[in-house]
Design a binder for this molecule. Structure first.
Ligand SMILES: C[S@@+](CC[C@H](N)C(=O)[O-])C[C@H]1O[C@@H](n2cnc3c(N)ncnc32)[C@H](O)[C@@H]1O
Length: 207
């Protein structure tokens, strides 16, 4: 069965908050200040759009292509978007294959998306998404990393079991992100760690 976040969509944000508090939001918003004011942004797998209003409010001229395969996630994102921002977001129900052809972006984001993929899908996804990024474009990335502490390792295993059950995610382990960045020719220009490096937020640029 293909990955599908529809079933978990109505509970996703509450669940994430109960387990991680505000840390996931913190990781996603960490490098908003580095986004150019008039950036055209490709926001991949944005889920319920829980960062959209803040992003559009803090950067008053950015425009966003919002690509999300779960229709229920997308519906929530549309519903929660403040009406004054509606014209600046182009909602697309799809995955990396539905990124608008010929569009180029100043910024792309993948927040807690790559961890859902096998290594080969993570590579395919990243190649596709970064190929739409301008030469000096930024890739804002946040995700879970292999954990040092037993509790975080147990939590990772529990999350993979849970999302395999409710969302049929294909991955069973965290992919090798460094291999993906290297393959696409990107390197970390900035990095922030939360929970002793279990959660990391990065700004990636072309080498
Ligand atoms: C773990 S959720 C994270 C949602 C959101 N980024 C957040 O941090 O709240 C993963 C999201 O990635 C989406 N997704 C899964 N496969 C995808 C793909 N191939 N392309 C884009 N998004 C995808 C899912 O539908 C889901 O909304």
């Amino acid at each position: 069965m293909p990955t599908n976040f529809n079933r978990i969509a109505p509970f996703y944000d509450t669940l994430a908050f109960l387990v991680f508090g505000k840390r996931l939001l913190e990781a996603k918003k960490a490098f908003f200040p580095l986004i150019p004011h008039q950036a055209h942004i490709l926001l991949m797998g944005g889920g319920t759009g829980n960062i959209l209003n803040d992003l559009l409010n803090s950067k008053q001229a950015v425009t966003i292509d919002y690509v999300e395969p779960s229709q229920r996630m997308l519906d929530i994102a549309v519903k929660h978007l403040r009406s004054e921002f509606r014209a600046r977001v182009n909602f697309i129900c799809g995955d990396e294959h539905q990124v608008p052809p010929n569009a180029t972006y100043d910024v792309c984001t993948s927040f807690f998306v790559l961890d859902c993929f096998t290594q080969s899908h993570a590579l395919e996804f990243a190649r596709k998404v970064t190929s739409a990024l301008k030469p000096d474009g930024l890739w804002l990335f946040a995700d879970f990393f292999p954990a040092e502490f037993t509790f975080h390792r147990l939590l990772t295993a529990a999350m993979y079991d849970f999302f395999a059950m409710v969302s049929s995610i294909e991955a069973k382990v965290i992919p090798d992100y460094a291999g993906v960045f290297e393959d696409c020719g990107f390197t970390a220009a900035h990095e922030m760690e939360l929970m002793n490096g279990f959660i990391r937020s990065m700004v990636l640029k072309r080498k």
